[in-house]
Design a protein around this ligand. Structure first.
Ligand code: SAH
Length: 224
């Protein structure tokens, strides 16, 4: 493909155009997202690249969309909210993401932190995400095919951890992989009664703050 065509596809047209993205960002700001860098990154990141072509025209609606195998790309509001919560403690060097999925959340984190390790239990998602990161020239994301419930001890500790599938309780293995003062943002609980939780690692253990109701797919064990 010619360079010009690639750029055109990334910039988007019509329903995926700059103006459509501007409207999404205005909406997120109205919903309470205040971090300018997060809003700018969402404006500059082509979400339509992270969904199948048939759904591209809906990529800038503030909703979760199916990505196959019963999984979803998170709603932009939730991506923005979790990202700003993660960054609220100051700049982050290394971040672990559990649940790569489409790769969109990792792409939003990419310009905002130094390095991301993103893990996913479904191998085909890893391959798709890798191709998308290459297309967008995002070079600070390392992908791993594994069960993220046990984290990535070989690269720990992390300054931040973001979990984009819901466990039933706080995974202590992940808390252990945070630096003291490090932050983890994650959904907790069963489908109908999930809440977003901020966990801050302390010398003795952790502190937690329950934030708002959310709806994520469950964190599952094993790989496929
Ligand atoms: N961050 C993603 C959201 C994808 S949905 C995005 O921006 O698109 C959550 C993802 O978590 C799914 O792809 C699911 O396969 C994955 N997942 C569920 N349990 C997991 C586990 N134990 N380890 C790694 N990934 C897991």
């Amino acid at each position: 493909m010619q360079q010009g065509m690639v750029n055109k596809e990334l910039l988007g047209m019509g329903m995926t155009s700059r103006r459509t993205r501007d409207r999404l960002v205005e909406r997120l700001a109205a919903e309470g997202i205040t971090n300018r860098k997060v809003l700018e990154t969402i404006r500059n990141t082509p979400r339509h690249i992270f969904v199948e072509e048939a759904l591209a025209s809906r990529a800038y609606e503030d909703t979760a969309l199916p990505i196959g195998l019963g999984q979803t790309i998170s709603q932009p509001y939730i991506v923005a909210r979790m990202t700003e919560l993660l960054l609220a403690g100051g700049p982050l060097d290394t971040v672990l993401e559990v649940g790569t999925g489409s790769g969109y959340q990792a792409a939003i984190l990419s310009p905002l932190v130094k390095r991301i390790y993103s893990v996913e239990r479904i191998e085909s998602f890893i391959k798709q995400a890798r191709a998308r990161f290459q297309e967008l020239q995002l070079r600070n994301i390392r992908l791993n095919h594994c069960d993220g419930g046990i984290g990535l001890p070989q690269y720990a500790p992390f300054d931040g951890i973001i979990v984009t599938a819901a466990p039933e309780g706080i995974p202590l293995a992940l808390v252990d992989q945070l630096v003291i003062g490090g932050r983890m943002v994650l959904p907790i609980g069963m489908r109908d009664e999930q809440v977003l939780v901020l966990v801050i690692r302390t010398e003795q253990g952790y502190e937690k703050e329950i934030l708002e109701r959310v709806m994520f797919v469950p964190l599952l064990g094993g790989t496929r």
